[in-house]
Write a protein that binds this ligand. Structure first.
Ligand SMILES: C[S@@+](CC[C@H](N)C(=O)[O-])C[C@H]1O[C@@H](n2cnc3c(N)ncnc32)[C@H](O)[C@@H]1O
Length: 309
């Protein structure tokens, strides 16, 4: 979900990074991973909204403000709508990719915005969903698409990729040492339709110690490949600056070192060109408490910058 803010919600610097501390009680799914830094004091709210747009709040709906939310997952948008129950003039949701930022803003009649928040990766609800195929702990088909109305799923990707391509995906997106062995085992399976089939292929060729971590790395790698996550992030990074107003802020939370590297380099390049001031010399990571409340917070890195006025 990306949130674009027409009226600045990022304008109350209170710390060296320019972001106000906002600890709050996490909900059943853990809450946003680094809630302290995302928005001003009253955002996100302290209610128990379970999922979707937890970086925003339905409480402030004045007319000077507009939030544009974008997600490739229709289910995420539905839940967001239910949770925010707010006027359509305040919130506008788009079933789309943030790579299409330019077209989405054009459709909204906006040429630039005061703030952009990009929360990458997948949500805890997607991860916990039984029929989406994101988690090695669940059962069901090998899907892994954020947008289930479009594109090839994980089964199709595995069927169509040769062994070398799978090795490449597991090494690059999963940093998996046993990539070659696992790709071979996958290709030797007679059927590869379900999460259980994929687990079985991995089980056959890996030692039992820390196998859960191997499962997690392979599932992450396939998800990144299925959704073209890094290409899409690059497309976004190449254009977002044109749609940020002078003085406007960009905040990106990533969960993978490859994503974080792309964000870091893009910010550095724009800073050396004089168009961006970096607010986070080093990425902000979750506190011990946030990690306790949300296991996934451990890998989160937040970088922020402001467009030079
Ligand atoms: C970490 S979750 C966001 C959680 C949300 N901030 C919340 O508080 O519940 C990341 C979301 O990004 C969505 N997503 C992934 N790739 C996307 C893309 N290219 N464009 C738009 N949304 C995307 C996923 O479907 C997922 O819902």
């Amino acid at each position: 979900m990306m949130i674009l803010l027409k009226k600045s919600l990022f304008n109350e610097p209170a710390s060296s990074t320019g972001f106000r501390l906002n600890p709050y009680s996490c909900d059943d799914y853990g809450g946003p991973v680094v809630p302290r830094y995302t928005t001003r004091r009253d955002l996100p709210g302290r209610d128990n909204r379970p999922w979707g747009a937890r970086h925003t709040s339905s409480k402030r709906t004045d007319r000077r403000r507009k939030v544009v939310g974008i997600d490739r997952d229709e289910e995420a948008l539905d839940i967001c709508k239910q949770n925010l129950k707010t006027s359509s003039s305040f919130l506008s949701l788009h079933h789309n990719s943030y790579a299409n930022l330019d077209n989405i803003l054009a459709a909204e009649g906006l040429s630039a915005v005061h703030g952009i928040l990009l929360d990458l990766g997948l949500s805890s609800l997607q991860l916990g969903s039984k029929n989406r195929g994101f988690s090695y702990r669940s059962e069901g088909p090998l899907d892994m698409r954020f947008d289930q109305s479009n594109g090839s799923n994980a089964k199709k990707l595995i069927d169509q990729a040769d062994r070398e391509s799978l090795v490449q995906i597991f090494k690059e997106y999963g940093e998996e040492r046993l990539a070659s062995r696992i790709a071979k085992s996958i290709k030797e399976m007679t059927a590869m339709n379900t999460i259980a089939d994929l687990r079985e292929a991995i089980r056959r060729c890996t030692p039992p110690n820390h196998r859960d971590r191997t499962f997690a790395r392979i599932f992450q790698a396939l998800r990144i490949a299925v959704n073209g996550e890094l290409d899409i992030l690059q497309q976004f990074l190449a254009k977002f600056i044109d749609f940020l107003r002078p003085g406007g802020r960009i905040v990106i939370i990533s969960y993978h070192s490859l994503e974080d590297r792309l964000v870091k380099h893009s910010f550095k390049e724009l800073a050396s060109g004089g168009t961006l001031d970096i607010l986070t010399k080093r990425p902000i990571t979750a506190t011990e408490k946030e990690r306790k409340n949300n296991r996934r917070a451990g890998s989160a890195k937040l970088r922020a910058a402001v467009k030079v006025a």
